[in-house]
Design a protein around this ligand. Structure first.
Ligand code: XLS
Ligand code: NI
Ligand code: NI
Length: 434
C-alpha cells in the first residue's frame, strides 16, 4: 500500500474541474523548439517533502508520515518507496537529496557511509526504465552539532577532514545514481561573531576544500556541474556565499570560475536584498549560471520560508533571464519548497507540486512569448544602439586613452541629452504577457 493511495498520476487537463490536474503544464508542448519538460527540468526535493516534520521555532512535529522518524534503514526504505510514488504521480523528470535525507546517520563515519551505499542500492532499480533521474546530490553538513562552528570553515581541522569523507561519499552516491550535478550549500560556512573568527583563514579553508571537490569531480567522472548555492544568512549570522556576485569573487580568487557554477534560490535572493531575476542575470553576465531552487519567500519575514511559488509575473521574469541566457544546460528547476505546517495530508504534498509546476509553466511560456516577440529586446537594443557607432565602439576597444576620449569630447563640444528610460511602458509591455 502506498502513502499516496487513491491519487492517480496527474494529467494535463486544462478544462477539467478536479483540483489535481495540470492546467498549464503540458510536458510535451513545444516552446522555442523544446518541450516544456526539457525547458523546466523539474525536480522534487527530498528534504522538505519527505524529511521535514512540520516544526517551527515554537512547536514540533505536525506531520505524521508512516516512515517517521526515519531513523532505521527499514523506515528509510519506506520513505524511498513513498518518494518514488510521488515522483511517478507528478511525472517529474528529476529529484534531489542530501545524504542525510535518504539514510539515517550511523554511529560512526564508516556506518553512515555504508548506509548510503545500502540505500542507493535500493534506489537505483527504481530509476531504471524511464524513472526519474537525480538532478543533484549534496551532503548535509549543517544539521549535526559537530558542524555548529562550520564544515570546511571549522576551526577544528578534524571537522574539515570529516567533511572530506562525507563529501566523497555523497559525490560517490550521486555518480552511482547517474546524478547530473553536485551542490554545495554552506549553511554553516560563515560566522556568528567576528570576535572569535579568523575570516581570512576560514576563506582559505573553504577555497582549498572547493578546489579538492572540483579535482575529485573530474576523477570520478561526474558529468554535470559543481554548484554553489548562495545565501546571505540563516542559519549562520553571516554566510560567506552571500550572493552570486560574492560567490563569483570567491571563485575568481581560487581560479575556479571556469569550474563551478551557481544554484540560485528565489528565497535566498530575497534575503540578500535582490530579486530572483537579478541573481540569475548576474550569473549569466558572469558566465556561472547553473540551476535554480524554485520557491517563494515571504517578503516580510527576513527568514527563508521556502513556500511553493505562486507568483506568475515574478516567475516569468526569472525564466525570461534564464531563456535569454540560453536556458538550462545541466541545471533544472528544483522545488526547494515545503508545505505549511497545517497542510497535513498526502494530497497536500501532491497539490503543492501540481500548482507550482503550473505556475512555472505559465511563467516559462510567458517568458518564451516575450522573447520570441522580441519587443522588450528591441527596446533594450535601441537604448544602447549608439555604442555600435565606430567612434563609440572604439572607446571600449583598441588603444583608446582617457586623454584621447576627453579631447574628442571637448573638441566636439559634446552635450549629452537625457533620454527616457521608459520603465512604465516596459512594465505595461510585460503585463501583456503575464
Ligand atoms: C537552505 C538551502 C538548502 C540547499 C541544499 O536554505 O536552500 O536546502 O538547497 O543544501
Ligand atoms: Ni536550496
Ligand atoms: Ni534555502
Amino acid at each position: 500500500m502506498s502513502y499516496f493511495d487513491g491519487i492517480d498520476p496527474i494529467r494535463f487537463d486544462p478544462d477539467g474541474d478536479g483540483d489535481l490536474a495540470f492546467r498549464h503544464y503540458d510536458a510535451d508542448r513545444v516552446v522555442m523548439g523544446k518541450p516544456l519538460r526539457d525547458h523546466l527540468r523539474f525536480a522534487v526535493c527530498w528534504w522538505h517533502s519527505f524529511v521535514w516534520e512540520g516544526g517551527d521555532p515554537f512547536g514540533g512535529q505536525t506531520f505524521q508520515r508512516p516512515w517517521f522518524p526515519g531513523d532505521t534503514m527499514d523506515l528509510a526504505r519506506q520513505r524511498v518507496d513513498a518518494a518514488f510514488d510521488l515522483f511517478r504521480i507528478l511525472g517529474v523528470p528529476f529529484y534531489a537529496f542530501h545524504d542525510h535525507d535518504i539514510r539515517p546517520q550511523g554511529a560512526s563515519l564508516a556506518e553512515s557511509n555504508a548506509r548510503l551505499d545500502e540505500i542507493t542500492d535500493y534506489m537505483g532499480p527504481k530509476m531504471e526504465g524511464g524513472g526519474p533521474g537525480l538532478l543533484w546530490g549534496t551532503a548535509n553538513m549543517f544539521s549535526d552539532r559537530r558542524y555548529m562552528s562550520g564544515a570546511a570553515t571549522n576551526p577544528d581541522p578534524d571537522v574539515f577532514a570529516y567533511c572530506a569523507s562525507i563529501v566523497r561519499a555523497a559525490m560517490g552516491a550521486t555518480v552511482k545514481l547517474g546524478g547530473v550535478n553536485y551542490v554545495l550549500w554552506g549553511g554553516r560556512e560563515g560566522y556568528e561573531t567576528l570576535l572569535n573568527t579568523d575570516m581570512d583563514r576560514e576563506l582559505q579553508q573553504m577555497g582549498r576544500f572547493l578546489s579538492m571537490v572540483v579535482e575529485h569531480k573530474h576523477r570520478i567522472g561526474l558529468k554535470g556541474d559543481i554548484l554553489i548555492e548562495p545565501k546571505p544568512q540563516e542559519p549562520t549570522k553571516h554566510q560567506y556565499d552571500h550572493d552570486v556576485a560574492t560567490v563569483y569573487g570567491f571563485l575568481k580568487r581560487f581560479g575556479l570560475e571556469g569550474e563551478v557554477k551557481v544554484n540560485i534560490e528565489q528565497g535566498h535572493a530575497i534575503l540578500a536584498g535582490h530579486s530572483f531575476e537579478h541573481e540569475i542575470a548576474t550569473a549569466n553576465a558572469l558566465g556561472i549560471f547553473g540551476s535554480i531552487d524554485m520557491n517563494r519567500n515571504d517578503y516580510q519575514s527576513g527568514w527563508d520560508t521556502d513556500q511553493f511559488p505562486n507568483n506568475v509575473p515574478e516567475v516569468a521574469m526569472a525564466y525570461y533571464e534564464i531563456l535569454r541566457g540560453g536556458g538550462f544546460a545541466n541545471g533544472g528547476t528544483n522545488f526547494d519548497a515545503k508545505l505549511r505546517r497545517q497542510s497535513l495530508d498526502p494530497v497536500d504534498l501532491v497539490a503543492a507540486h501540481v500548482g507550482a509546476m503550473d505556475v512555472c509553466a505559465r511563467g516559462l511560456m510567458a517568458a518564451a512569448a516575450m522573447l520570441e516577440d522580441g519587443a522588450l529586446e528591441r527596446r533594450r537594443e535601441a537604448r544602447y544602439a549608439k555604442w555600435d557607432e565606430a567612434e563609440n565602439a572604439a572607446m571600449l576597444h583598441g588603444d583608446a586613452t582617457l586623454d584621447a576620449i576627453a579631447d574628442r569630447a571637448e573638441g566636439a563640444g559634446l552635450d549629452p541629452q537625457p533620454v527616457s528610460g521608459g520603465q512604465e511602458r516596459l512594465e505595461n509591455l510585460v503585463n501583456r504577457y503575464v
